[in-house]
Design a protein around this ligand. Structure first.
Ligand SMILES: [Zn+2]
Length: 224
């Protein structure tokens, strides 16, 4: 079955996958960029960029979670086994919203749900079951094992990256832009205001400029 499918399978990959509406690149680090794949969460104009496993895999390749070789292997695997790929995609979305809950609740000083912690631990222990120490020369290195053709590999890589972020000092540098996207403020005096100064920064600056101008007009007219 695999052989005939392989003959018919032609991976088509362009970058970015959708040039008309590419994945948001704001976020500075992959874990935050992952969370930002859901735009306007809960709003009327919300948009989820990860609508299936293929979207997720494409995103993972564009944001260097998996290289092109792994992308092609997993893409073929998902093509052959959509009934396996779909549950992985569903777990991916749940993991994304779990990490979102950790960050958003912390920023808003809200209680994190116990269920979210349980779910995160579930995916984390799955990932840990595929990690072990290996000898590299005479030094020990943590390496992935038994991951070939495992559709959940990108999910495990992300949960490990999220674990590092949750425990690092960087976690306190996470900010939420007025547009809803998360970013990392690593400036010395914590003065960064926008996820993307060229988009959100310019929009706010031009609005503030218009407001100042209007105020001036009102003051001049009021003074006459
Ligand atoms: Zn923004």
């Amino acid at each position: 079955m695999y052989k005939s499918l392989k003959d018919r399978y032609k991976p088509e990959r362009s970058w970015p996958a959708n040039s008309a509406d590419p994945f948001p690149f704001e976020g500075d680090i992959p874990v935050l960029q992952f969370i930002n794949t859901y735009r306007n969460r809960g709003g009327i104009h919300r948009k989820d960029y990860l609508e299936n496993y293929e979207d997720f895999l494409t995103w993972c390749n564009e944001f260097n979670i998996v290289d092109l070789e792994d992308y092609n292997t997993l893409n073929f695997e998902a093509y052959c086994n959509p009934h396996n790929a779909n549950p992985v995609w569903q777990r991916t979305i749940r993991l994304r919203e779990t990490i979102y809950e950790f960050i958003n609740s912390t920023l808003r000083d809200k209680q994190i749900h116990e269920d979210a912690v349980t779910y995160f631990n579930e995916i984390l222990s799955e990932a840990n079951a595929h990690l072990r120490f290996e000898l590299n020369g005479n030094s020990l290195q943590v390496m992935w094992f038994n991951t070939h053709e495992e559709l959940a590999v990108p999910l495990w890589i992300l949960v490990k990256q999220a674990t590092v972020l949750l425990q690092s000092a960087k976690f306190r540098d996470i900010k939420k832009c007025h547009c809803g996207k998360f970013y990392l403020d690593t400036t010395k005096n914590k003065s960064r205001r926008w996820c993307n100064p060229l988009v959100c920064g310019n929009a706010v600056r031009s609005r503030e400029y218009k407001e100042r101008k209007m105020k001036l007009v009102v003051e001049i007219e009021g003074g006459c």
